[in-house]
Design a binder for this molecule. Structure first.
Ligand SMILES: Cc1cc2c(cc1C)[n+](S(=O)(=O)[O-])c1c(=O)[nH]c(=O)nc-1n2C[C@H](O)[C@H](O)[C@H](O)COP(=O)(O)O
Length: 496
């Protein structure tokens, strides 16, 4: 001990599965007994046994994780970090190439649309971070179709409408907001930016946009709520835990903190196979992120590591229980067919998000916009369109995508990756610019289709015949998307 603190050598002696200590933010923790319980497997912890694990720990775990889940008796106290040997990092040509590109990044002003942020992020993000954010399930067909589907819908603009004053404001779940999109829930914000989700909170405040807080955020829930200012509105995205008492506690806390909506994710009883994420994790030898024993295939990527608590038994019979424990509006996120929307109305929930999780779950699930085109007529037919709010997310990259969704009857749209890529490339300035670009595009396009207010948007402004043709229809080449798109790769041969 030096001045009452542990030394690096003292910690380094506990570097095996029989006695495993790690350092996180200058404090030592005895995680020996926790090793077999770690959802990400024990290998990733053992890689840092006796060492400083802060860099690996931070993007995946909210800061209060150890206080919440590791018994206080295992908290060993402060470490004199001057005595901790920092490991020489082996030269990584890929990483040094990335750092080179970071120095040569285009100025923020060179980004004119949301896809520009994706193109820059692909060049400057760390490999595992890019892999996690950009990946979709299996062949990534649904992920690409999410945006392509908007190209099947064309406008039927009206002219000689007074569009001098355009008003983009609307209400979502009873909250007035300046523009009909929200920041949807995307996990592990600190993979892309050291400050994580609070960057999105600040930009959402600046643009009067609602933020949906992910269960699997890198920041703690309270950090994200504390970063909100004034009457800024936030929603909670919930992965339902097998242990319902934990879920009830999370919901009660969110309601007490002032969350204005509970979005229960229903399309992920198990997280999808995102091969870019798996492949990038595989290359980081020690990063066994597979829950359970180490013999299982360890190349499951970050997704599987952080999601073993999700309850696959969640079903319609649970809805009354949710209704009984919260007054927040309840929205089912990840509904993908008319039948389930009608069931949601009958179950008395307040909304649905037509979504396939950004193409990260069921491959060849249809895009939210295509499902929306089917759902709204079915609701209107029954006179139910006012009984539930319908949202869409997935592949929204242009204001015209937002306008098409609203014309079909959506209340608003969720946007995920573009704000992650803007944050990962340019931080808060990036997200602010991305939101402003969307607002500018929205104002211009509302004028051009002859609809000065959100309530003027209706199905007669669209030609949706391209959707009827199913997937055999003609789709314009999406050059921007394809230019930014990071193609899947086959297993690599050894150099020599
Ligand atoms: C891009 C991304 C999306 C995630 C996401 C993480 C990332 C990096 N994660 S995930 O780790 O489980 O896959 C979540 C999540 O925590 N919970 C959730 O409900 N949706 C999650 N989604 C889906 C998200 O809420 C939207 O449905 C999707 O991002 C919309 O598509 P775009 O990205 O094309 O806008």
């Amino acid at each position: 001990m030096t001045s009452g603190k542990l030394t690096g050598d003292a910690v380094a002696e506990h570097n095996s599965k029989d006695s495993c200590w790690v350092i996180v933010h200058g404090k030592a923790y005895d995680v020996t007994e926790f090793l077999p319980e770690h959802p990400g497997g024990s290998k990733i912890i053992l890689k840092y046994a006796g060492k400083d694990a802060t860099e690996e720990f931070d993007p995946i775990h909210p800061p209060d994780t150890l206080d919440k889940f590791l018994d206080q008796s295992k908290h060993l106290g402060e470490v004199d970090m001057a005595t901790v040997e920092q490991e020489e990092k082996a030269f990584d040509p890929e990483e040094s190439g990335r750092l080179e590109r970071v120095k040569r990044m285009p100025p923020l002003a060179a980004c004119y649309n949301l896809m520009d942020f994706e193109a820059v992020a692909r060049q400057v993000m760390k490999k595992t971070a890019w892999a996690y954010y950009s990946s979709g399930a299996d062949d990534e067909i649904t992920m690409r179709e999410n945006h392509a589907a908007f190209h099947k819908i064309w406008f039927r603009p009206r002219v000689l409408v007074d569009v001098e004053h355009v008003d983009l404001s609307t209400t979502m779940l009873g909250t007035k907001c300046s523009i009909p999109f929200y920041v949807t829930a995307t996990a592990l914000g600190k993979l892309g930016h050291a400050e994580g989700e609070v960057v999105l909170t600040k930009a959402a405040k600046q643009h009067d946009v609602i933020q949906m807080i992910p269960t699997l955020a890198s920041c703690s829930f309270d950090e994200i709520m504390d970063a909100a200012q004034g009457d800024q509105v936030q929603w909670l995205q919930l992965y339902v835990n097998k242990d319902r008492a934990i879920t009830e506690k999370i919901i009660a806390h969110a309601e007490k903190r002032g969350c204005k909506g509970l979005f229960i994710t229903v399309d992920a009883p198990q997280l999808g196979r995102r091969e870019k994420d798996m492949r990038s994790k595989f290359s980081d030898v020690g990063s066994n992120v597979q829950s359970g024993d180490d013999s299982v295939d360890r190349s499951q990527g970050a997704a599987r590591a952080i999601s073993s608590f999700i309850d696959p038994a969640l079903s319609w019979k649970d809805i009354p229980w949710f209704r009984s424990i919260t007054k927040m509006p309840i929205v089912l996120k990840g509904v993908q067919c008319v039948e389930d929307v009608l069931r949601a109305v009958e179950a008395g929930v307040d909304g649905v998000v037509l979504s396939n999780h950004g193409g990260r779950q069921l491959e060849t699930a249809r895009s939210g916009i295509e499902v929306l085109a089917e759902v709204m007529p079915a609701l209107r037919e029954r006179g139910w369109e006012k009984r539930i709010e319908v949202y869409v997310d997935g592949g929204v990259r242009r204001a015209t995508d937002i306008i098409k969704a609203l014309c079909l009857g959506a209340k608003g749209v969720g946007i995920g990756r573009p704000f992650l890529f803007a944050m990962s490339s340019y931080g808060l300035d990036g997200v602010n610019r991305a939101m402003q670009l969307l607002k500018d595009e929205m104002e211009m396009n509302m004028r051009l289709i002859g609809a000065p207010r959100v309530e003027d948007l209706n199905p007669s402004l669209l030609d949706t015949r391209g959707l009827q043709g199913g997937h055999a229809g003609f789709i314009p080449i999406d050059t921007l998307g394809l230019g930014a798109y990071d193609p899947l790769e086959a297993p690599r041969f050894n150099e020599k």
